[in-house]
Design a protein around this ligand. Structure first.
Ligand code: 9WN
Length: 439
């Protein structure tokens, strides 16, 4: 039986609690998402964490992003994990000996002195860099922060819009369910169905040492994740149109790329470079997003399966996140706002938007990206709602997120109806985005 959610904590206590999580998870050059479950540096976590960290220490927030970008590959990719050498290999799976970034001859040019994964995560980094700069422009100028990160961020976006335009339609494609950051979203069930799982005995799920099996992906999912990652590794991490068993275009990933490209234009201007190419690329990406992923019948964006070629008929929160993109066509915005508050996502009725359609056939309120409400996607929705003038809805969402963060001890995700804690606690981006909402 569910215990009731404890009373909301006051804002001073909340701020202190969030700061404590970020201090505890800081390693000296970056922040782990969680000391137990995720003991390394993760790419999109670091971006969200920097957005909160800027309110505690602009210098630390800058270092968070610089340390991640320091592990960038020569082809521009920013790896989804940068491994900490002091953490035992068996603490997290897959570990560096699986990815072999520094030993495999790394055709894509992985850094020699750092162990990383070979896949990517959503590009929140330029947005984060711009917000970090703005929090303390003086420290930023003193440290030359924008010039330090600008070229690397450009190379990152060039990679996503170049080699990763596997569909040829102008959007970035993801080649593994870990890449869009919503690992076991029902959106991937169909595409993953084609993948032969790796043998169960060939690896050990370290995540189950820390997480409850009912709140994590299944063993069958993991078998497929392992197969796809091993195949990509064995190909030398080559991005080949038509060459991937799993290749999808995801609206959340591409919306974040657009918002980050707009931020890159501001960063360019701040370093004396020309912002115009970035604004032009943001406009092209926005047109491609609407053309390739908008579903008028669903009133939201869907993911595209590049193997089958079709839109995937699963409604996940990824399809609402494009609300953060400025300048969407008015009918698209109106439809999105209707869907956010409509039967599947029920914002206003439930405290925070679920990760997947409540009425969807695969909905599960406890299992990871198949229903629970997450703080990063809701922070993005809060920002998007404000961007389109929905301050009342955004205020209510902000208040609900603050309550849920405090009452859940900064949980990784929460039950979408009761806001009961799910997943790990003292989770980095939950604490960071709480600080940002409080600022
Ligand atoms: C695989 C770190 C990451 C998040 C992802 C989330 C989860 C990893 C895992 O944790 O994924 O990358 O082991 O399940 O799905 O969004 O970045 O917090």
């Amino acid at each position: 039986l569910e215990t009731p959610v404890p009373a909301a904590v006051d804002h001073l206590t909340l701020r202190r609690g969030a700061a404590r999580v970020l201090l505890t998870n800081w390693t000296g050059s970056s922040t782990v998402p969680s000391r137990g479950l995720y003991p390394h540096q993760w790419s999109w976590d670091s971006a969200f964490i920097a957005i909160g960290l800027r309110h505690l220490s602009a210098r630390r927030a800058q270092r968070e992003l610089e340390s991640l970008l320091g592990a960038q590959w020569a082809d521009g990719r920013v790896p989804h994990i940068v491994f900490s050498p002091s953490v035992p290999l068996d603490a997290y799976f897959p570990s560096p000996d699986f990815w072999r970034s520094s030993t495999a001859g790394a055709p894509a040019g992985a850094p020699a002195g750092t162990e990383t994964s070979g896949i990517v995560q959503p590009p929140v980094h330029a947005l984060a860099a711009w917000l970090v700069h703005r929090a303390d422009p003086e420290t930023s100028r003193e440290r030359g922060f924008l010039p330090r990160v600008y070229e690397r961020l450009v190379a990152w976006h060039d990679y996503l819009t170049g080699p990763r335009d596997l569909g040829g339609g102008g959007l970035a494609a993801m080649v593994h369910p870990w890449e869009p950051g919503m690992d076991n979203s029902p959106c991937w069930d169909g595409p993953l169905g084609r993948v032969e799982p790796a043998a169960p005995g060939s690896y050990r799920r370290a995540d189950l040492d820390h997480g409850q099996a009912a709140e994590r992906p299944t063993d069958l999912d993991y078998g497929r994740y392992v197969r796809l990652a091993a195949d990509y590794r064995d190909s030398g991490y080559a991005d080949v149109p038509g060459g991937h068993a799993f290749a999808v275009e995801d609206p959340c990933v591409n919306a974040l790329l657009i918002v980050s490209e707009h931020a890159l234009a501001r960063i360019a201007a701040g370093t004396g470079a020309d912002p115009a190419p970035h604004e032009a690329r943001a406009a092209r990406l926005t047109a491609a997003l609407v053309e390739r992923l908008w579903s008028p019948a669903d009133g939201m964006f869907l993911c595209r399966d590049l193997v089958g070629g079709e839109l995937i008929p699963e409604r996940s929160v990824a399809g609402l996140v494009p609300l953060i993109v400025p300048g969407l066509p008015r009918d698209v915005v109106d439809a999105l706002l209707g869907t956010v508050a409509g039967p599947g996502f029920r914002l206003g009725e439930v405290p925070m938007a679920p990760s997947y359609d409540i009425d969807g056939h695969a909905f599960d309120p406890s299992r990871y990206w198949r229903g629970p409400a997450w703080f990063n996607t809701n922070w993005l929705l809060e920002r998007g709602l404000r961007g389109y003038g929905q301050d009342g809805t955004a205020d209510a969402l902000r208040a609900a997120m603050l309550d849920a963060a405090g009452a859940s001890s900064f949980a990784e995700y929460v039950d979408p109806f009761t806001a009961q804690a799910r997943g790990t606690r003292a989770f980095g981006w939950t604490a960071a985005l709480t600080l940002d909402l409080l600022a």
